[in-house]
Design a protein around this ligand. Structure first.
Ligand code: AMP
Ligand code: MG
Length: 333
């Protein structure tokens, strides 16, 4: 595990759902959390506008959407007889949009049929928002932009929502850039010492992610997943030319786990076709390919879960507390 300089404080209060407590009522807690969330969104806008990114309104449903959603499925709707999908993420659309307008961000509604067993994990909703960001840069540029965004937003919200955070019993520390980085390969090598069986090519389990998060004590990036995980990571993730993807996850400390994923995107049409063929999804993305064929600019980007980040900032046990109308996976009411 490579150490990088620059972190001033460690995070002392756990907020993964195991230990947070506060004396406010449930309704008062929601009021406080939604106030913090509102400031969080204002702060996110301020940061990305300050970097010259345009804000774009995302679509709600489309003929195609991102496939890199792990074990989740899509929600379909009937659009005058034509089946369409509620957006699971804006990933595939982002390079198409950036081709028209350049670097941009968008608060995007995401619907995912997450497995019902995720209901009690306090981390997953079936309906949530991401702030989706896409720039005309490389993977390294996206990583820097993301760490600067998180550091700025946490400092800004801490200074503006002191009263709310105190009432929620949350002591929020602000991380300094640059964040630490470890590679997927280093995670595989370290898995055993945490008591996990993991070989090259396996996904990183939530439990291992939490163990790493506890050990690191600061936000950090995991970079460079193997190409064999392309379908799980999203088929547009670009490869380094060998066996490794140009991608990253941002993991928050305190056993919190992932708050954002991103990558450099594949823009070469032939390679996109090749990837879709390899993962057996050529036909279901025919309408996307029609658009991609006209040419896409080279981009990199990421998506940050808005309710996830709210959960971290407020030190919540349950992500449902970060949504006005939470939809818990598998639960009808
Ligand atoms: P992904 O495309 O799966 O990497 O998701 C991007 C980000 O969205 C994640 O890092 C989380 O912050 C957030 N996210 C993903 N799935 C969910 C979910 N089911 N509920 C809430 N937030 C989620
Ligand atoms: Mg992810």
């Amino acid at each position: 595990v490579k150490k990088r300089k620059g972190i001033v404080k460690t995070f002392s209060r756990p907020c993964s759902g195991e230990t947070t407590s506060s004396s406010v009522s449930k309704s008062e807690r929601k009021r406080l959390v939604l106030r913090v969330q509102s400031e969080l969104m204002r702060s996110i806008r301020r940061f990305f506008e300050g970097r010259g990114l345009l804000e774009v309104l995302p679509p709600v449903f489309e003929p195609f959407t991102d496939s890199g959603i792990g074990a989740a499925g899509f929600f379909e709707i009937d659009y005058y007889g034509k089946p369409m999908k509620l957006l699971s993420a804006l990933t595939i659309h982002k390079p198409l949009i950036a081709t028209q307008v350049g670097s941009f961000f968008a608060f995007t509604p995401c619907a995912r049929k997450e497995p019902a067993e995720f209901a009690g994990d306090g981390r997953h909703l079936a309906q949530f928002y991401q702030v989706e960001v896409e720039t005309l840069g490389r993977c390294e540029d996206a990583i820097r932009l993301l760490e600067e965004a998180i550091s700025f937003v946490l400092a800004d919200v801490k200074s503006k929502c002191g009263k709310e955070l105190t009432a929620l019993g949350r002591e929020l520390s602000v991380p300094r850039v640059p964040f630490k980085r470890i590679t997927y390969k280093e995670v595989v090598a370290a898995a055993k010492e945490f008591g996990f069986e993991m070989k090259y090519g396996d996904s990183i389990s939530t439990q291992l992610e939490k163990a790493l998060s506890a050990k690191m004590g600061e936000p950090f990036f995991i970079t460079g997943w193997p190409k064999s995980l392309l379908d799980e990571r999203g088929f547009l993730y670009r490869c380094d030319g060998g066996d490794t993807l140009l991608d990253f996850d941002l993991i928050m400390p305190e056993r919190f786990g992932e708050v954002s994923s991103g990558s450099e995107r594949e823009f070469e049409y032939e390679k996109i076709v090749e990837s879709l063929k390899r993962i057996g999804r050529l036909e279901s993305y025919a309408e996307y390919l029609e658009l991609a064929k006209r040419g896409i600019v080279a981009t990199s980007g990421f998506g940050i879960g808005v309710e996830r980040l709210t959960k971290f900032v407020c030190g919540l046990d349950d992500i449902a507390d970060a949504s006005a109308f939470p939809k818990v996976p598998g639960a009808i009411n």
